[in-house]
Design a binder for this molecule. Structure first.
Ligand SMILES: [Zn+2]
Length: 250
């Protein structure tokens, strides 16, 4: 069965430090970063891959970033425009448990939430430099905890439904995973933050692919790039505004 992917725009982080996205490149410069919730339709039920951030006030208070989210980019509004009732969503997949990928998990009351086992374990007790990214912060509960009762874990690569499987891509975090989706015209990989932008995947004169500036294991990260090369697929990055220009992938 051919599946369809829609990239839904749920906000933009303005003036984000470029070196945090492209490994040791662009120090002192900033750019705007897309927050994207992916909707996959054509299967038994709608699937959501990554659920985006909290609201701008929360983002400023706990992460210090300027999130711009006009009313038409509110997650509920975006889903309604796409014709999806959150209660119909049967599966949510988190590429990883960083705050900007799982903060609206609790919006989907009937979905099972698919996470790599290693990711869940790391998110409970991350190393100190990673505490904020997983929202292990004083006085608040991490967003994935609000839907903990619906989380199911996988270990490594696994088929989730016909035409859609998860692929373990560690490096950015221990349990980062991509989502491999068979469309009618192509096979796609929603790469999570293993590939933040097209620039990361395209590489430059020094590297065939550029890692994120944030990672827990650079060895694993470079192996994950090799693994993606073998998948024979079109790579869709997680945070590139250009992904929203095309918007629909079939
Ligand atoms: Zn991340």
């Amino acid at each position: 069965m051919a599946l369809k992917i829609q990239a839904l725009h749920v906000g933009t982080l303005k003036d984000f430090p470029t070196a945090a996205i492209t490994f040791q490149r662009g120090f002192g410069t900033t750019h705007d970063v897309a927050m994207i919730m992916f909707l996959v339709t054509g299967g038994e039920h709608p699937v959501i891959v990554d659920t985006g951030t909290g609201d701008p006030e929360f983002t400023a208070k706990y992460h210090g970033y300027n999130l711009v989210r006009p009313p038409e980019q509110e997650p509920r509004v975006v889903l309604e425009r796409a014709g999806v009732d959150p209660a119909e969503v049967g599966t949510v997949i988190n590429t990883h448990l960083h705050w900007d990928h799982c903060s609206n998990n609790d919006m989907f009351p009937n979905a099972r939430i698919v996470v790599q086992s290693e990711e869940l374990k790391y998110a409970v007790d991350p190393l100190e430099p990673n505490l904020a990214a997983f929202e292990r912060l004083p006085g608040i509960l991490p967003p994935w905890v609000r839907a903990l009762d619906r989380i199911t874990t996988v270990r490594g690569d696994a088929e989730i439904m016909p035409g859609l499987s998860v692929v373990h891509l560690p490096g950015h975090t221990p349990g980062s995973q991509g989502v491999l989706i068979q469309g009618e015209e192509s096979r796609y990989l929603l790469a999570g933050d293993c590939v933040d932008t097209h620039v990361n995947w395209a590489g430059d004169d020094r590297l065939s692919h550029i890692p994120s500036g944030a990672f827990t294991d650079l060895h694993a990260y470079m192996d994950s790039f090799k693994k993606i090369e073998q998948l024979n697929c079109s790579v869709i990055p997680s945070h590139d505004l250009k992904v929203l220009e095309k918007g629909t992938y079939v």
